[in-house]
Design a protein around this ligand. Structure first.
Ligand code: NAD
Ligand code: UFG
Length: 344
């Protein structure tokens, strides 16, 4: 029997790449998404790439009864991957209640459904933002959790606490929280990728849009950090590598005999790369000259953060494989593909 996996936020950026990996593993996939930050065309891209179309339910997880109806309709869901959330750091400062409502209520309704319908396993999308400015590098899973510097970051911390408390009272459940570092890039087919709405906040979509001529100039935030070239350092992880880690996490939960577990894994490459190094790698791999200038630091940014990947590598048996140039090229190919599609 093929296991059935419920993927919330499955038409979003990381969710859609993960759905492909699950389908390619022969798993049955049911997506819940309210399309607040994605669109239905993503399902065509998934089908084009994998040859299979996942089940899709347009449901808002803030609505408990509609969420429960999905569990009634697809009996036999064995695990959930919970991507659905609002994720813009700046917006969360302006609209904190919307973030607390969406990100917390969605998780609570899923946990209620797990109990009611006997679904034992959940993988949660967390973030390295929970570590804030780390005391030492690379960051291990044991590093202390710092006070969140945005309501968005706080929702990730609170969600992890909710999961931990729930697990303690539900010995039949297993939960894995995956703390992503900086996911970038697109599927190598260029048929799915990241679709930021409006002006991108994140570095790589801003770079590809600038190279394409949609933005005039990239601002590099900060040139006086205590790093070799003065720009900030992050751990950029290819989205397909990241997606594969979810399949491994799901298999681990499905095979687990002893439940009542709450495990946390860092998902990164283990390598810190500066903003200026990213720009150079993008120029080298695409042949595009990037128009950029150095400006002041962006408020709320940490100086450097990159993962200690030993626990994920050894315990999960998963490792990031794709290099930065290949990843940046995939982002560039995706940018060209969507712009071309918009004009035809
Ligand atoms: P995304 O916005 O592309 O995908 C999220 C999807 O969830 C969207 O399709 C959206 O329509 C849907 N959604 C949101 N609220 C919903 C609700 N109430 N009901 C149903 N659907 C809802 O984001 P992403 O980049 O794919 O991120 C996925 C997860 O990973 C999020 O939880 C995010 O916080 C986390 N994360 C992302 C990053 C990153 O840099 N992209 C880094 C760390 C963690
Ligand atoms: N940057 C620029 N110019 C830009 C955009 C970004 O110089 O136009 C710099 C930032 O200052 C930072 C680096 O590029 O030094 C990466 O910035 P991103 O906005 O791409 O990513 P962040 O590390 O700030 O944040 C990301 C996600 C958050 C998540 C965090 C940790 O956007 O949601 O990773 O997981 F919380």
């Amino acid at each position: 029997m093929k296991p059935t996996i419920l993927v919330t936020g499955g038409t979003g950026y990381i969710g859609s790449h993960t759905v492909i990996e699950l389908l390619e593993e022969g798993m049955e996939v049911v997506i819940i998404d309210n399309l607040s930050n994605s669109n239905l065309e993503v399902l065509d891209g998934i089908e084009d790439i994998s040859g299979k179309r996942p089940h899709f339910e347009k449901v808002d997880l803030r609505d408990r009864s509609s969420t429960f109806e999905v569990f009634e309709k697809y009996s036999g869901i064995e695990a959930i991957i919970h991507f659905a959330a609002f994720k813009a750091v700046g917006e969360s400062v302006e609209k904190p209640l919307a973030y607390y409502e969406n990100n917390l209520l969605s998780l609570i309704h899923l946990l209620e459904a797990m109990k009611k319908y006997g679904v034992p396993n959940l993988v949660f999308s967390s973030s390295c933002t929970v570590y804030g400015e780390p005391d030492s590098l690379p960051v291990t899973e044991e590093a202390s959790i710092k006070k969140a510097n945005s309501p968005y970051g706080n929702t990730k911390q609170i969600c992890e606490e909710i999961l931990q408390d729930t697990i303690e009272s539900s010995p039949e459940n297993g939960v894995i929280s995956l703390r992503y570092f900086n996911p970038i890039g697109a599927h190598p087919s260029a048929k799915i990728g990241e679709l930021p709405i409006g002006v991108p906040n994140n570095l790589v979509p801003f770079i590809t849009q600038t190279a394409f001529g949609i933005r005039e100039q990239l601002n590099v935030f900060g040139q006086d950090y205590n790093t070799p070239d003065g720009s900030a350092i992050r751990d950029y992880i290819n989205v397909v590598d990241l997606a594969r880690a979810h399949v491994v996490a799901i298999r681990r939960l499905l095979e687990q005999k002893q439940k009542s577990s709450f495990e946390v894994f860092n998902l990164g490459t283990g390598k810190g790369i500066s903003v200026l190094e990213i720009i150079r790698a993008f120029e080298n791999t695409t042949g595009q000259k990037l128009n950029y200038r150095m400006v002041d630091r962006r408020e709320g940014d940490v100086e450097q953060v990159y993962a200690d990947t030993a626990f994920a590598n050894n315990e999960l048996g998963w490792k990031a494989e794709k290099g930065i140039e290949e990843t940046l090229l995939s982002a560039w190919n995706w940018e060209k593909y969507i712009r071309l599609k918009a004009t035809t």
